[in-house]
Design a protein around this ligand. Structure first.
Ligand SMILES: [Zn+2]
Length: 274
């Protein structure tokens, strides 16, 4: 049985014009698709007794990538007047703890409602870069970080989400979360493009995650990591919470992704089972 994401990739669903011109990522993923055959695995990384919430509470004050308010609620019915409560929401798809679907950085890629549900319950591998992120907010997850993780913990689990823990949650509620300089350029960690290339070429990884606003580090102007990762028909989750409560490996991530037709992603409830 082929990996569901890779199968839909092979069908050509997510090959963007950009990839056709570049020919590299598409050819690389097709080669992986031709040689990757997965054996069925247990849905849980290990028997689980606890659920950890990896989701930040979303409100109008949650920091956004652009710095604008992108979360609005409007009361439509109230218990006092109507006997029940109901609000309308107007939000960006890319706010708070959320998922990026391949469509976010592709032309005609997989939409959020098309992401196979089998790929949303996966082993979670956490790469701790807190020490270097403390010293340098422009730090990134590099191939060397991934190699060190593998040397300590063994191979990255099949189908995993690999998540960056930069300790950024401790900055939430302060300007240090966006960490913009006087010129408006943000400084927070993300995945180096060579690290996601390594995950595409040398591992069977379904998603990547970060505890910061973007899988590209804050000062990125070209979104090279997004352009490498999402067109390979993988997903990403951003603004993850509570990664400190989990071991580096052994947890199962449940991505409660939204399912609105044609969407590029959306706020989701992330849970870890350990
Ligand atoms: Zn996003």
């Amino acid at each position: 049985m082929c990996h569901p994401l890779i199968m839909s990739y092979v069908k050509g669903k997510a090959i963007s014009r950009r990839d056709m011109f570049r020919g590299t990522a598409a050819a690389g993923a097709a080669a992986i698709a031709a040689t990757t055959a997965l054996t069925p695995r247990s849905v849980l990384a290990q028997p689980a007794t606890r659920v950890i919430d990896l989701t930040h509470t979303l409100n109008a004050d949650f920091p956004t990538y652009t710095g604008e308010t992108l979360f609005f609620t409007e009361e439509v019915f109230s218990f006092a007047d109507n006997g029940f409560n109901l609000d309308n929401l107007r939000i960006s798809e890319h706010i708070g703890t959320h998922i990026d679907a391949p469509l976010h950085f592709t032309d005609g890629g997989t939409t959020i409602d098309e992401v196979p549900v089998e790929t949303l319950v996966v082993p979670l591998a956490i790469v701790d870069i807190k020490e270097k992120a403390d010293a340098n907010p422009d730090a990134q997850v590099t191939p060397d970080d991934l190699k060190a993780w593998i040397a300590t913990h063994g191979p990255i689990p099949q189908g995993a989400c690999v998540a960056q823990n930069a300790g950024w949650q401790s900055r939430l509620g302060t300007p240090g979360f966006r960490n913009a300089d006087d010129g408006g350029v943000m400084h927070f960690p993300g995945f180096h493009v060579e690290a996601v290339k390594m995950l595409l070429e040398e591992a069977d990884v379904t998603g990547v995650g970060v505890d910061t606003l973007s899988i590209d580090f804050g000062q990125s102007a070209d979104f090279v990591t997004h352009y490498e990762w999402l067109p390979a028909n993988r997903w990403a989750v951003e603004n993850m919470a509570n990664l400190d409560e989990l071991p580096a490996t052994g947890a199962t991530l449940v991505v409660g992704a939204p399912k609105h037709q044609g969407g590029t992603g959306g706020p989701c409830r992330l849970m870890a089972l350990i």
